[in-house]
Design a protein around this ligand. Structure first.
Ligand code: SF4
Length: 301
């Protein structure tokens, strides 16, 4: 699939976010060529009046000056170092990053400002930046989450048409953890009837443990308008036998599953994580160094 790349400078790099688990987000690109059928960003695109259907991911905005703008924002006297979430609205390690290196430049800016950040990605290209991540982790809290909803080849290929194999992501995770960087697995989204079978969940947890994941969490599929239409269309083509289940679970345009549907899956993933001993087992832990004693004394005076 050929994508169009639009080189468009930005005025703002850090976005203030409401209603998420973080306050600030950063996205060096807009749009994502991975084009996952379940991508929740399709819903944001729909709300912004941009294509959320099969055209999503065919035109990528490249914020060519994002790192310079970010440096200016981090240098403002009013900026108090707060955690920045990278990759909430696009994969920061999609293929364009190999050429543009914007995510890397942003990490360098965050490292130089000793600013904490987290990254979520499906892109093994992140191992290229292990040097910057390691330096940054010595100065501020840094964490990486690899999205690995399943290791089932059929489900992966049909729902994530352009991502790297999930085993490649686990190999990338191992590289980061071996370098001392905190990296975890996010099993999201888990798809009812497709990737929620106990043996498939256990396979991911077991392999995450083998790769050295410091943690694992799980989330089930949401189908908000924009994501819903595209996902159900793809499901009808790829897994038509599952349609009745989804029509029941997400009936009357329901976007979120009820707690009695999500809780058992999350609880099982929690149990599996305990069973397989998933925890922070890094032999080297890169953590922010305490300020030098002289500096501490000066601050205390
Ligand atoms: S990798 Fe993430 S942002 Fe990209 S299409 Fe898939 S779910 Fe969406």
């Amino acid at each position: 699939m050929r994508a169009e790349y639009r080189e468009e400078p930005c005025k703002v790099a850090l976005n203030l976010v409401k209603g998420m688990g973080f306050k600030w987000s950063l996205n060096p690109y807009m749009g994502c060529v991975h084009r996952c059928t379940f991508c929740y960003v399709r819903a944001f695109e729909r709300r912004a009046d941009r294509p959320s259907d099969d055209r999503y991911g065919r035109s990528i905005r490249v914020k060519t000056n994002v790192a310079e703008v970010l440096r200016r924002e981090l240098a403002r006297a009013s900026w108090e170092p707060e955690a920045v979430a990278i990759g909430a609205a696009t994969d920061p390690y999609q293929p364009a990053e190999g050429r543009y290196r914007l995510t890397r430049s942003c990490l360098e800016a965050l490292r130089d400002a000793s600013n904490p950040f987290s990254i979520i990605t499906r892109g093994p290209l992140i191992v290229r930046d292990v040097d910057v991540l390691a330096d940054a982790a010595r100065r501020a809290e840094v964490s990486v989450t690899f999205s690995v909803p399943t290791l089932d080849d059929t489900v992966w290929k049909r729902t994530e048409p352009s991502t790297a194999h999930p085993r490649q992501r686990l190999r990338a995770l191992k590289t980061l953890v071996d370098a001392g960087i905190r990296a975890s697995v996010g099993m999201a989204p888990i798809l009812p009837g497709l990737s929620d079978k106990p043996e498939l969940l256990e396979q991911v947890v077991r392999e995450a443990r083998a790769a050295g994941a410091c943690g694992v969490w799980a989330n089930l599929l949401n189908l908000r308008p924009g994501t819903r239409e595209h996902f159900l269309e793809a499901l009808a083509d790829d897994f038509p036998e599952q349609l009745p289940l989804y029509e029941r679970l997400y009936a009357r345009n329901k976007a979120y599953l009820a707690a009695d549907e999500t809780k058992p899956v999350r609880a099982l993933v929690g149990e599996l994580a305990r069973k397989h001993g998933i925890r922070d087992r890094r032999s080297v832990r890169l953590e922010p160094e305490a300020p030098p004693v002289a500096e501490q004394l000066a601050l205390g005076v």
